[in-house]
Design a protein around this ligand. Structure first.
Ligand SMILES: [Zn+2]
Length: 345
């Protein structure tokens, strides 16, 4: 989907039980601000589902959404709107004693130009979507109904930001995967720009459509994965679960809706298959592994796209080669990972 390469190096791996998959010991519900009954410990709620009714900031909810207390994005101050380019003031002095007359380091006039040091306010919203009133530390532990309710809330909140250039919903499970609070939750970023990875996928989907007179890139991948079966983990009426071709890391999983649909938030299916994926990983590793999940949905304005959900257990560490080249080395081929996971359904 990305056109990026991965090096598969199975010789570098032993069996999956050699991966350190387990999260640290849970801290427990004491002092957890996301547990039911501690509604006063979060910023005022933006949204909640209360099947039995009840007012905001009370118990009885199944899912609850609040602003992130430490947002990565925010509403700009009026000052920032007037001066969108910041941090680019030209240094008055030159390069000091290291520079001689005519040294290019002294030619600082261009340093004040925004094309060299462009910046803009990080406008947008950053929400926390609490998946459960109970203190569960992994989505794999949610009931069927609880899982469906969580995903329905994800979609509801994504639909609440129609003006965002791009919506990024993610889940971090485990401290090693970036979670600072263990109580199961997702985070939604409503972005004022389209990240390069999303733009690239959009371009590739569009180019494939043109080259094949309307073909769907991920639809065609899915047809072939179902035919070949070697990377297919599971399939139901709504979605398929595969270990993607050229997976970047061991046991990476992708939930693909069977019918092409541009936007996760505009669609309905797939919750059961996301749950299947989380549960299969938990069984394979004798407990939920630390992992990241992200939803790839069409950015604003994109018509041809095919949403999918990617899940990446944090089993290995990206090192110098991966960071230096952008090429991942995966020690566990997706065909082997799919075979292992099929045993855990
Ligand atoms: Zn909790």
């Amino acid at each position: 989907m990305t056109g990026l390469r991965t090096i598969l190096a199975p010789g570098r791996a032993a069996r999956p039980d050699s991966f350190s998959a387990r999260a640290a010991e849970p801290k427990g519900p004491e002092n957890c601000p996301f547990c039911e009954g501690r509604e006063d410990r979060t910023p005022p709620e933006l949204y909640a589902t209360r099947p039995e009714g009840g007012g905001p900031e009370t118990g009885g909810w199944t899912t609850r959404v609040v602003p992130n207390l430490y947002p990565a994005l925010g509403q700009p101050s009026p000052d920032a709107r007037d001066n969108p380019v910041r941090g680019s003031a030209a240094p008055a002095a030159g390069a000091g004693s290291f520079a001689s007359a005519g040294d290019p380091l002294l030619a600082t006039k261009r340093a004040g130009e925004p094309d060299l040091f462009s910046s803009r306010p990080a406008e947008g919203t950053h929400e926390v979507l609490i998946n459960s009133p109970e203190h569960l530390t992994a989505m794999a532990e949610l009931s069927d109904e609880g899982f469906a309710a969580a995903i329905a809330t994800w979609r509801e909140r994504m639909r609440a930001h129609p003006d965002a250039s791009c919506l990024q919903l993610i889940v971090n499970e485990g401290g090693g995967a970036g979670a600072s609070l263990e109580h199961t939750h997702a985070q939604l970023y409503a972005l004022p720009f389209v990240p390069a990875a999303v733009a690239r996928e959009r371009e590739r989907v569009g180019a494939y459509g043109e080259r094949t007179a309307g073909g769907g890139l991920l639809s065609d991948v899915l047809v072939e994965e179902v035919r070949r079966r070697e990377r297919l983990v599971a399939i139901d009426d709504e979605a398929a679960l595969v270990c993607p071709w050229a997976s970047r890391s061991p046991f990476e999983l992708r939930v693909i809706p069977r019918r092409e649909s541009a936007r996760f938030e505009g669609d309905e299916g797939g919750a059961a298959m996301i749950r299947t994926a989380m549960r299969a990983l938990a069984r394979l590793f004798d407990g939920p592994p630390e992992l990241n999940l992200w939803i790839r949905t069409a950015p604003r304005g994109a018509e041809q796209f095919h949403w999918h959900v990617d899940i990446a257990p944090r089993l290995t560490i990206k090192a110098g080669f991966e960071l230096g080249t952008g090429v991942d080395i995966n020690v566990y081929p997706p065909e082997q990972a799919a075979s292992d996971l099929r045993e855990c359904l």
